[in-house]
Design a protein around this ligand. Structure first.
Ligand code: ADP
Length: 522
């Protein structure tokens, strides 16, 4: 009987592997950062072999350090940075250039050109649940086919393969046997019909992407094959392929063989599942550099009136129909705290902010609107810029720091209000994770301003756990989700205690500051 499930967490800046036992405890973690490439302003790339090498490297390292073999591992679950795009040649296993990362803006003009007509714009939203943007994979695939030598010919001849990062990993880990993705990742490509659950031919034509290069789409808990010993490029490219450094070759030949891969989800949907938020109205927010808020909406794909995106949620095995979530993000969350530290030098570390914030009874009327790169959902004003309001002679460092933490909570409250409006339902409980959820002041203020309970689980590795739970449920490592619920301890609960009048006053102050910050004041 295998004793563990391993989660592979392939993030934007690092790859991680987590060893998880049947009690749902982390037994070991290995992590490796990899290089970011910025070939031009606004462009962001990863070398696909860096993604792969770091991911296989941490898997190997974890198993070696823990002294376990493939027979000890019931299954692998994969969670990944979403939208990032790799195109490769099935004849050689070699990519057509670097992966184009989700943050990369190089295809903004393609999206502008192809998606601006109102009927096209509307049809894309209706089909994919996404507001057309260069983030999503469609325009990135087109860019590679149109700009990298040999890519279009290979695609026309049926040899090119597209994958988001999960697919690239699965393809290589299975020795080229499986070219597949899951519903959650497919729903971020802007080529997938999230209602019918199939690739959309009209969209593929719009972006000039042949259907033959797209992966098979499976549920998040499904059979994605078994690990093989080595990656395809080593076998197919006769000797050391030029783009694989010789020093890395041994890593690519060190995959522990015969482990089933049976859980796959994009990072945010994996986190929602990792919080066991699997019923309509349940939501999670990740407080990282930015915030990602997802609310489960059950079998109903809710079209947002507030420019939020509709996405497919990860489902437990044997769920009869597709399930959905509404998603919104905040650009400046933890990044605002980094700014306090690195630019204003008001703090030396993020953890100081809690004591500073509670050293004063309130922010003394100071509000920080962190529109550094514009106002995001639900305002969508790209030209707005940040501002600090309400300064008086008595305002000091603690007030400004407190106002920054409050700004995180106000931005999340704006997203929640948009979701509540879309769903017609008040948010009762919000599950949290990410670096800044450690801040007790922030969590209490968030509970107060939302008038919702905040639940912080003992284990805040929600993303990795989501992948592990999906894989473990599919292979029978855990019987059902109810068994997992019993393992899922809540470390702290923050209940709203603020008087309604005070909450309304604070929210009205924030709304006033937002309207003063907008570039296009009505
Ligand atoms: P990411 O995964 O986006 O890199 P993390 O989840 O690791 O982010 O969270 C790191 C972010 O959280 C940083 O931006 C940091 O400023 C912020 N942060 C960490 N600890 C605290 C804290 N105690 N209070 C407020 N913010 C914090």
């Amino acid at each position: 009987m295998s004793k563990f499930v391993i989660a592979l967490d392939q993030g934007t800046t690092s790859s991680r592997a987590l060893l998880i036992n049947a009690q749902g405890e982390v037994q070991g973690v290995a992590q490796q950062a990899f290089e970011q490439h910025f070939p031009q302003p606004g462009w962001v790339e990863h070398d696909p072999f860096d993604i792969l090498g770091s991911q296989i490297g941490v898997l190997r390292q974890l198993m070696d350090e823990q002294g376990i073999g493939a027979q000890d591992v019931a299954a692998l679950g994969i969670t990944n940075q979403r939208e990032t795009t790799v195109v490769w040649d099935a004849r050689t296993g070699l990519p057509f250039g670097n992966a184009i990362v989700w943050q990369c803006r190089r295809t903004a003009s393609i999206v502008e050109e192809l998606c601006s007509a109102p009927d096209v714009h509307g049809r894309i939203i209706a089909t994919t649940g996404l507001v057309p943007d260069a983030y999503f994979s469609a325009s990135k695939i087109k860019w590679i086919l149109d700009n990298v030598e040999g890519a279009r010919e290979a695609a026309d001849a049926g040899f090119a393969r597209f994958g988001t990062v999960d697919t690239w990993l699965i393809y290589n880990l299975t020795g080229g046997a499986v070219h597949a993705t899951d519903h959650t990742n497919a729903s971020r490509t802007m080529l997938f019909d999230i209602h019918a659950g199939v690739w959309d031919e009209w969209l593929c034509n719009l972006f000039d992407v042949p259907l033959s290069m797209l992966p098979d789409v499976r549920p998040s808990a499904a059979d994605f094959g078994k690990t093989a010993i080595s990656i395809p490029a080593l076998a197919l490219s006769e000797g050391c392929p030029c783009s694989i450094a010789a020093a890395q070759q041994s890593i690519f030949e060190s995959i522990p063989a015969n482990i089933p891969i049976c859980g796959v989800a994009g990072d945010q949907q994996a986190a929602l599942f990792g919080h066991l938020a699997t019923h309509p109205g349940e939501a999670k927010n990740t407080y990282g550099t930015g915030c990602f808020l997802l609310m489960h909406t059950g079998e109903q794909a809710i079209a947002s009136r507030n420019n939020l995106v509709t996405t497919i949620a990860a489902s437990a095995p044997n769920t009869p129909a597709l399930e959905y979530a509404l998603e919104g993000s905040v650009f400046m969350a933890g990044a605002l705290i980094q700014w306090l530290r690195d630019e204003l030098h008001l703090i030396e570390s993020a953890s100081e902010t809690e004591a500073l914030a509670t050293s004063v009874p309130d922010s003394a009327g100071v509000y920080v609107v962190p529109a550094f790169t514009g106002l995001g959902a639900p305002y969508w004003d790209a030209s707005a810029r940040g501002a600090i309001y309400g300064l008086t002679r008595g305002a000091g460092r603690a007030h400004v720091v407190r106002a920054c933490l409050e700004a995180l909570a106000f931005q999340v409250a704006d997203l929640v209000a948009a979701m509540e409006d879309d769903c017609g339902q008040h948010l009762e409980t919000l599950a949290v994770d990410g670096g800044a959820c450690k801040n007790n002041f922030l969590m209490q203020f968030q509970a107060d301003i939302l008038d919702s309970t905040i639940e912080r689980p003992a284990n805040v590795e929600a993303t990795a756990f989501g992948a592990a739970y999906l894989a473990g449920l599919f292979c029978g490592f855990w019987e059902d989700i109810e068994q997992i619920r019993k393992l899922h301890a809540i470390e702290a609960e923050f209940s709203p205690t603020m008087e309604t009048a005070r909450r309304r006053e604070l929210l009205a102050g924030w709304a006033d500051c937002i309207s003063r910050t907008k570039s296009n004041k009505e």
